[in-house]
Design a binder for this molecule. Structure first.
Ligand code: AMP
Ligand code: MG
Length: 408
């Protein structure tokens, strides 16, 4: 049996980022992966400006609290003042450029208007040099890197690109993933259940995972437990896709056709991974045609149990996809958290338990950890990575992996 880390290392050693790059209007790049680093076109902010409503002053004029200055100019945001003369102050509003000669801003709460005078202000403090001034280029510098290659573009990255003046970004083309779901027992919601049947839940869980990672997802539907049907589905899936994901049929029973089908259409390793849920996992590739140089689509076959396929997708398929996308695919993000539960019957395998954050800063355990009970994952906020043969007692610190971090 492989450890989870060995399986992951093996997968990642094969994945190579897609090469094709597209120039896309910046507003349409949410969820895409930046292909090349981009430089800012401007300094951000473009000028020294005030972060407060108040008065721009020279600190030389305001060394003692109570200095009185003539209000010589008024600078709202979006306009530019003139050189600040000695003994004067500029009335200034948040975001407005600090005029040349001024070296501090005093917020209006620290000033008083003199009785009977509208053109004088009394400064009630001795401001520090540079106070309330946001410096030109303190956020971004013209010609310097604003966003680096491999960045997954979130709302805040789109904002950075806009502040840098960029209209288009070069992003990786989307990774194309085809999925099908094996099992004679499966029906789609809306259809009557067959005798001995069950609804196909993996379809919706896995397609949503694929889309959440920013991939194009193709649903090839339910495939019956027959070798010819499985081979035909693989041939179809290999066309125009980078990766084929399946659920079910990865054991070596008479009704499990993934291994012979992928072997006939390409190549396959069937792995036993020492994890729970999700022991069997198949990794290989499917030829796009009989022509040797037409290339292959990668293949990952997940177990059929709904929690097993979800967890193995998050632990193994996600990092593989990240690497195809050109993103950083290193260690899954985890946190040390307090277990507020006992898990005394530790397994020989590395277990991934469904848990929920509670209001006391600890983790609660879902009572039924069966790999068929998908409500455990829906109730839960994440997984506890429980090492082999290691019981957990109330109060122990455990490795917690939030689902949120894995679904992007
Ligand atoms: P398998 O890996 O094909 O042996 O399936 C293991 C278990 O998962 C069986 O109980 C199947 O009925 C169930 N299963 C397989 N595929 C799905 C699916 N797409 N949705 C829900 N349950 C499934
Ligand atoms: Mg099956």
């Amino acid at each position: 049996m492989l450890t989870a880390q060995q399986a992951l290392d093996h997968l990642l050693s094969h994945a190579k980022p897609v090469a094709e790059i597209e120039s896309v209007p910046m507003q349409a790049t949410l969820g895409r992966v930046l292909a090349e680093s981009v430089n800012s076109l401007v300094d951000v902010p473009p000028l020294d400006n005030t972060s407060m409503d108040g008065y721009a002053v020279r600190t030389a004029d305001t060394q003692n609290p109570g200095s009185v200055l003539k209000i010589a100019q008024r600078i709202p945001a979006g306009s530019v003042g003139t050189e600040l003369q000695a003994g004067t102050a500029a009335r200034i509003f948040t975001g407005a450029p600090v005029p040349p000669g001024a070296d501090a801003v005093v917020m209006q709460e620290d000033c008083s208007n003199l009785e009977g005078s509208t053109d004088q202000v009394q400064v009630n403090i001795a401001p520090a040099f540079g106070q309330w001034i946001r410096r030109r280029g303190e956020d971004l510098t013209a010609g310097k890197t604003a966003l680096t290659a491999g960045t997954f573009l979130r709302p805040q990255e789109l904002g950075v690109a806009a502040s840098a003046g960029l209209t288009h970004l070069n992003v990786k083309r989307r990774v194309k993933v085809a999925a099908f779901f094996t099992g004679d027992e499966l029906s789609l919601p809306g259809e009557p259940l067959k005798p001995g049947g069950i609804y196909n839940s993996n379809r919706d869980t896995l397609l949503a995972c694929i889309k959440a990672l920013g991939c194009d997802a193709t649903d090839l539907g339910i495939v019956p437990d027959r070798l010819d049907a499985t081979r035909a589905a693989l041939r179809q899936a290999s066309q125009d896709h980078d990766l084929i994901i399946t659920s079910g049929g990865v054991s070596v029973g008479e009704e499990d056709h993934i291994k012979p089908a992928v072997t006939a259409e390409g190549r396959l390793d069937l792995w036993q991974i020492a994890i729970k849920p999700g022991k069997p996992l198949a990794f290989g590739a499917v030829r796009k045609s009989e022509q040797a140089n037409d290339g292959e689509a990668w293949f990952i076959g997940l177990p059929g149990n709904p929690v097993s396929s979800f967890v193995t997708f998050l632990l193994f398929v996600r990092p593989f996809i990240l690497k195809l996308q050109g993103r950083e695919a290193n260690q899954t993000q985890s946190y040390l958290m307090r277990a507020d539960f006992d898990w005394l019957k530790a397994d020989r395998r590395n277990e991934f338990l469904r848990v929920k954050l509670n209001n006391n800063g600890g983790l609660d355990l879902f009572p039924n950890q069966s790999s068929g009970v998908l409500t455990s994952a829906s109730w839960g906020d994440g997984l506890v990575d429980c090492p082999p043969n290691q019981p957990i007692k109330v109060g122990d610190l455990v490795k917690y992996i939030p689902f949120d971090a894995l679904l992007k």
